[in-house]
Design a protein around this ligand. Structure first.
Ligand SMILES: O=C(CO)[C@H](O)[C@H](O)COP(=O)(O)O
Length: 229
């Protein structure tokens, strides 16, 4: 069973006529976008706000009308993937390198749904390398800081060159498993000069749709979960 497909397609059912929809990036939300595209061909009227160039190309190919985030007042719903999700629906994102635009779109959205296969569910965040988006100037200085903290940083590469995000930045993947307090880690990263964004999405996700074997399950954010960061 293709769990990414079942989860991705299920989430497309939450899209309603007239909505502005944030379109995430990755191989799971791919199926959501394809399904939304089918519904658009059958008369559904929505506007999509893409979180990456790759998603814009995909959505355009599916016939979904698009708008830039700057030309959008409110996003009703964003559907996106994730690399790890804990029981409180906090997560790590950015495995595909689109974390900055994904977080901007997510923060502008009334509701956020994540689509994942069952392997993405974890008790505790941090086994997955945490992507940190940094400016190219002086990136080695930031690597040094991460090394001193024991985060074992790795500059993400593509075809022998540093991977470049759609925003023109680099990504350093760090091992944050031992950090424990992810809220404190997120705040520390937010305060580091040269760091543009990080892949900790805390309090962002309202509902996760999980492909699990033959079935799909859904979990809502527990009420006590705090603010987005
Ligand atoms: O954050 C992301 C891209 O920046 C993706 O949503 C995340 O990496 C999950 O991708 P996939 O569905 O391909 O496993």
């Amino acid at each position: 069973m293709n769990e990414k497909k079942t989860a991705g397609e299920k989430a497309a059912e939450f899209v309603e006529d007239g909505m502005t929809i944030g379109l995430g990036t990755g191989s799971t939300v791919y199926y959501t976008i394809r399904k939304i595209g089918e519904r658009v061909q059958n008369g559904l009227k929505i506007t999509g706000v893409p979180t990456s160039q790759a998603t814009a190309v995909l959505a355009r190919g599916c016939g979904i009308p698009l708008a830039d985030l700057n030309d959008t007042d409110t996003i009703d719903l964003t559907i996106d993937g994730a690399d790890e999700v804990d029981p409180a629906l906090n997560g790590i994102k950015g495995g595909g390198g689109a974390l900055l635009f994904e977080k901007l779109v997510a923060n502008a959205s009334k509701k956020n749904i994540w689509v994942v296969d069952h392997s993405k569910q974890v008790e505790k965040l941090g086994a997955y390398p945490l992507p940190v988006e940094v400016i190219p100037f002086g990136w080695k200085q930031i690597m040094k800081i991460f090394e001193e903290k024991g985060f074992r940083p790795v500059l993400r590469m593509k075809n022998g060159q540093p991977f470049q995000t759609d925003g023109g930045h680099y990504i350093v993947d760090i091992r944050a498993g031992h950090a424990g307090d992810m809220v404190a880690l997120g705040k520390w990263l937010d305060g580091l000069t040269g760091v543009v964004e990080h892949g900790l999405f805390l309090g962002t996700c309202d509902l996760v749709v999980v492909g699990d074997g033959e079935s799909v399950s859904m979990r809502e954010k527990p009420r006590e979960t705090g603010n987005r960061s």
